[in-house]
Design a protein around this ligand. Sequence first.
Ligand code: MN
Ligand code: MN
Length: 462
Amino acid sequence: MDELRDKLFYEQKNGYDLIDTAERVKCEEYCSDYIRYLDASRTEREAVKNAIAEAEAKGFVEYVPGMALEAGMKIYQNNRGKALTLAVIGKKSLAEGAVIAGAHVDAPRLDLKQVPLYESDELCYLRTHYYGGIKKYQWVTIPLELHGVAALRDGSCVEIAIGREKDEPKFVITDLLPHLAADQMKKTMAEGFTGEGLNILIGSVPYADDGKDRVKLAVLSLLNDLYGIAEEDFLSAELVAVPAFDVCEVGLDRSMIGGYGHDDRVCAYAELKALFDVAAPERTCVCILADKEEIGSEGVSGMQSAAFDTFMEDLCETQGVALRRCYEKSFCLSADVTNAFDPLYPEVSEKRSEAKLNYGMGICKFTGVRGKTGSSDASAEIVGHLRRLFADFGVVWQLAELGKVDQGGGGTIAKFMAKRNIDTIDAGVPVLSMHAPFELVSKFDCYMTYKGVLAAYSEKDA
Ligand code: MN
Ligand code: MN
């Protein structure tokens, strides 16, 4: 019976029972690189900028349309500083298709409004409009940093970053003391904090003179000293407030990584490292760091934009290949995070189908809500392809489903890739407290996701 059971039952093992010490060392090395990257990448712009710096150090050059392409060439295309596509040219023609991995580098945050600055009762505030799916109560009474750019009237653009360095000040949204919160505490968690109420405290000292709005004047005066900007420059600025926590190891065993923006920079970094490590690929390997996934992949820098098709079409033209022929033979790993089963909240999960921490890269055959609506739903054949590939490359992986049926759900860039007639499947790192200011992942799963993307790029059995 035991023999038959071993043969016929599907049983998962904890990832740590499946790897040796040598692999654990590699896992640690990979994760310390990732921690550095995430800590320095607080916005999509910074994630792109830091990725370009790492890529250039590895010999990647900026792609210029018409550039002659040889096997092994490493190129990248920067889409307006907010999204990035990198490629290593394969030995085979693009007529055989490309291997694509697509992650996103935007994350939920508090965007400043375009007229954000105001003074109230001699305190100065910044008004915000949140970006992506947040639980608003999580964003009060935590230290915040400000990042972004202001485009000035003279055509120049100033980069702004306050709070990341140790000696720099932070910002905060205040909350009511419990002593006076009797009424507030009766509200539901959805009603307790409103979007219009998420105003960031930025200063309290009045300008030393008579007149009104003296604190606001003092704050503007400081900003003017630092960046040469005036209030009108906020109109053409893109400034965001993000959590000011350092990315750090979590747990006595240091097995987890806590930080802001794992979703989805954790998969973006896995792709990036895998692309750096793929040696002389057969088919062209493409790595996407997309923007705007958190609000539906919209805009010129999102995956619905033609920017990606233009880049791929340029590459195809160089080889005399029609883009549609390349797409129909391509494979895409939509690398995005998934929910990790949380023992504190078992009621929303169907334990057998939910990804678990330390069980490896999570493969989502489908995502979506209410009967899989909005999902790309990869075919059985594509899941089978990954099973073979991951077995060959020693990738520890698990099937992942986001919550119980009808409990909720979500989407990724997968459906926009599939719409291009590219075989696509979702896969990525399981996360605890997803979309919170401080998200949690396991080092093991981060490392296995890197190995999973590397396996896809290397595709021995293609
Ligand atoms: Mn995501
Ligand atoms: Mn997300």
